[in-house]
Design a protein around this ligand. Structure first.
Ligand code: DOR
Ligand code: ZN
Length: 469
């Protein structure tokens, strides 16, 4: 069924079976180009953006897909630099195919996947396996973190600069899985002897263990944020920042959650450090934790209104570089044991762009801010060349979103293997009508069709292992 444009007439895709070479023309959309909003046409040839024509006027050529973009906003494909796709080891939660399908459905054209798998991705062999699997199964571009352990520096060195490897992940505090490096001498060794970017899960292990023991008698979920408190996070963030400075090492602090850390980084970030905030920490607070329970249980926790408000402020002033999902699917069955036994983490890769665009349409930020935080920011932080912006010569990774229609998402609309979303029941706008990778359509949605949309690409036919500067 064709979708409708703003005049209610049919939106057509000409030559729908073509375009295998990544040749495509999108006409009359509203484009975000260089921070400005312009109406016009955009052409992709051989997977690369070849021309951007404000005012339009590009004529269709033989063999290219033509999409009528009237009434839609054309954005660079979103880049989610923090997902847990669970392959290998936990296919009941996610794998690289289901995860990348979910990404594509959400307008995400590149993802960076975390190493806490079974087995953990901590050496060259496990990384090569994941990259090969993604080549066969993913429909989007992909990159992978290598996990640090207390004694794998030579393994970390062995994957440096490898295509498809985006950086080193250090869990400084225990979370899901058993990856953990918290002793100073081991951290020093890693910072001193590796290159590239280190991404830290910054929660202080000593304080964490002490507090988990103290809070052992509490079974109310509100105690989660009290137990894994702001001080746990702040201690580790300051420690990671000092290591980065002492060793002149690039550092990215993942999922920043507290006002105190965000304010501190505002004054102490320098050139070596970047950071990110999760959509759930920008959307939920203590009241949502009470209402939604273990569905929104994660580490570090959803905190308080004051923290949420400061994260928004520090995003707007540029302290926080990007907005990510920390897509961490767990089955509802595994969550059903309740707090504190339920696993921490929630899915989000397929709802991130609509959620942020809904925040934009509700006046919280601009559409251009969303592009800065979800496209340009991740590309800059991880040195992803020719991605994250609509610029001639850049890769043809695009998403065409509908900011006019609001639709309610429910668990059954999701592509993630776990089949649920913490945003169940929320009315969101900004749904991607087309997601395009290297000029090839990978996911499609119709205004009148199912909210889940339709996958277009076959596994492995689109998307590449990313390269990082
Ligand atoms: O809540 C979380 N879940 N935090 C993490 O650090 C890991 C993640 C997961 O993998 O489930
Ligand atoms: Zn994570």
């Amino acid at each position: 069924m064709p979708s409708k444009n703003s005049h209610g007439t049919s939106r057509s895709v000409v030559n729908p079976g073509e375009g295998v070479d990544g040749n495509l023309l999108i006409r009359n959309s509203t484009m975000i180009v260089g921070g400005s909003i312009v109406e016009g046409d955009l052409r992709v040839i051989g997977g690369k953006i070849s021309s951007i024509a404000p005012g339009g006027g590009l004529d269709a050529r033989e063999g290219e897909i033509v999409i009528d973009g009237e009434g839609l906003h054309l954005l660079p494909g979103a880049i989610d630099p923090h997902v847990h796709f669970r392959e290998p080891g936990q296919p009941e939660k996610e794998d690289l195919e289901s995860g990348s399908r979910a990404a594509a459905a959400g307008g995400v054209t590149s993802f960076l996947d975390m190493p806490n798998n079974i087995p953990n991705a901590t050496n060259r062999t496990t990384l090569e396996t994941k990259i090969a699997l993604a080549g066969q199964k993913a429909v989007t571009h992909h990159g992978f973190f290598v996990g640090a352990t207390r004694d794998n520096v030579s393994d970390l060195q062995s994957v440096e600069g490898m295509d498809g490897v985006c950086g080193i992940k250090i869990f400084m505090g225990s979370s899901t899985g058993d990856l953990l490096v918290h002793e100073q001498k081991h951290l020093e060794e890693i910072f001193a002897n590796t290159g590239g970017i280190i991404a830290t899960h910054a929660e202080d292990e000593e304080r964490l263990q002490q507090r988990i023991a103290e809070f052992g008698h509490r079974t109310d979920i509100t105690s989660h944020a009290e137990c894994r408190d702001v001080e746990c996070a702040f201690l580790a963030t300051k420690r990671a920042a000092a290591l980065a400075k002492d060793h002149a090492h690039r550092l990215h602090i993942v999922h920043l959650t507290s006002a105190i850390e965000a304010d501190w980084l505002h004054n102490n970030k320098g050139d070596l450090i970047t950071t990110e905030a999760c959509i759930q920490h920008l959307t939920f607070d203590q009241d949502d934790v009470e209402a939604l329970g273990v569905r929104v249980l994660m580490n570090p926790p959803i905190r308080y209104t004051e923290d949420k408000d400061t994260l928004w402020k520090r995003l707007k002033d540029g302290t926080i570089d990007c907005v990510v999902t920390d897509h961490a699917p767990h089955t509802l069955e595994s969550k059903s044991v309740g707090y504190p036994k339920a696993p921490a983490g929630m899915p989000g890769v397929e709802t991130s762009l609509p959620l942020m665009l809904t925040h934009a349409m509700n006046g919280k930020c601009s559409v251009n801010d969303v592009v800065r935080w979800m496209c340009e920011g991740p590309a800059r932080v991880y040195g992803m060349k020719n991605k994250g912006s609509l610029i001639e010569g850049y890769d043809g990774d695009l998403t065409l979103v509908d900011l006019q229609t609001r639709r309610t998402i429910t668990d059954s609309d999701t592509w993630t293997r776990v089949g649920w979303t913490p945003y169940d029941g929320m009315e969101l706008t900004g749904w991607p009508m087309y997601t395009i990778v290297d000029g090839k359509i990978v996911h499609k949605r119709e205004v009148d069709g199912a909210l889940r949309g339709v996958p277009v690409a076959t596994p492995g036919s689109t998307g590449r292992a990313l390269q990082f500067d």
